[in-house]
Design a protein around this ligand. Structure first.
Ligand SMILES: Cc1cc2nc3c(=O)[nH]c(=O)nc-3n(C[C@H](O)[C@H](O)[C@H](O)COP(=O)(O)OP(=O)(O)OC[C@H]3O[C@@H](n4cnc5c(N)ncnc54)[C@H](O)[C@@H]3O)c2cc1C
Length: 234
């Protein structure tokens, strides 16, 4: 794949026909077709690309990384998100790669004492859509497959500045790309947020750290100490 040349993203995706099944807004298209420049191929950028593309807009998405994907472990897909994914036609795909957790158990770090237990299996009854746990890479792929037919993806394309008036984005290569609208989906250290706010807005360190890991159930079942966790949660 050429590095900073545009690629038709649907050639890169194994789209499995997902977006062909999906039709948003009762098939209505925007009366004015805009060229939307999206910065960032994370979940936010992909969701925006899908919805804007479904509305008939032309989407170009810029991503710093040389390859698409998502790192990390699991992510919680709450009912507000699963409701959207169902509406977007990927409810079955989601169900196939995600799990519906039964409950959450909270324990005191020092002693292991159980301090809270919340049943989660009734989420669908309460909120109208299920609650899932999923691997980040699987969720990213679902969103990528949804967005792929609607966008031109430019990998290795770091946006170094934006001109909201033009509007345009400037890439690290020096190339300036003009559009009608710029969407900043460039993550927690967003450069575009800086342009919008006029100042940096760094996250405040809390001193806390979070570790997240996924352990295959068969490992739990083969370990006498962890075996109960496979059935009742840690
Ligand atoms: C430990 C942890 C656990 C979490 N758990 C959950 C959870 O269970 N459920 C949940 O809903 N959320 C969870 N979140 C939050 C969730 O992960 C984020 O809200 C989400 O990933 C943000 O997606 P995004 O697309 O906005 O940004 P990102 O995923 O950060 O994507 C930004 C993309 O922009 C690209 N980029 C950045 N700058 C530029 C640039 N200048 N030019 C071009 N490309 C650029 C980056 O390479 C990246 O691909 C968790 C977060 C953390 C840290």
């Amino acid at each position: 794949m050429a590095t900073h040349e545009p690629v038709a993203a649907h050639h890169a995706a194994n789209a499995e026909g997902i977006s062909q099944r999906t039709r948003l807004y009762d098939g209505r298209k925007a009366t004015h077709r805009l060229h939307v420049l999206i910065v960032g191929c994370g979940m936010g950028g992909l969701a925006a690309a899908h919805c804007l593309g479904q509305a008939g807009h032309k989407v170009t998405l810029f991503e710093s990384a040389a390859a698409i994907g998502e790192v990390g472990a699991g992510i919680q897909v709450t009912p507000n998100v699963s409701r959207l994914l169902r509406r977007w036609g990927v409810g079955d795909n989601l169900e196939a790669v995600a799990v519906r957790p039964e409950a959450i158990v909270l324990r005191r770090y020092e002693t292991g004492e159980r301090v809270a237990y919340t049943r989660w299996s009734d989420m669908e009854d309460q909120y109208g859509s299920p609650y899932y746990h999923i691997h980040r890479a699987d969720l990213h792929k679902l969103l990528f497959d949804l967005a792929a037919p609607f966008m031109t993806l430019r990998l290795k394309s770091t946006v170094v500045s934006v001109d909201p008036e033009a509007p345009s984005v400037t890439l690290a290569s020096g190339e300036v790309v003009h559009g009608d609208l710029i969407v900043g989906a460039d993550g927690v250290k967003s450069m575009i947020q800086r342009v919008v706010l006029g100042h940096t807005n760094p996250a405040e360190p809390t001193g806390d750290a979070v570790y997240r890991a996924i352990i295959p159930t068969e490992y739990l079942l083969n370990d006498p100490e962890l075996k109960p966790a496979a059935y009742h949660g840690l």
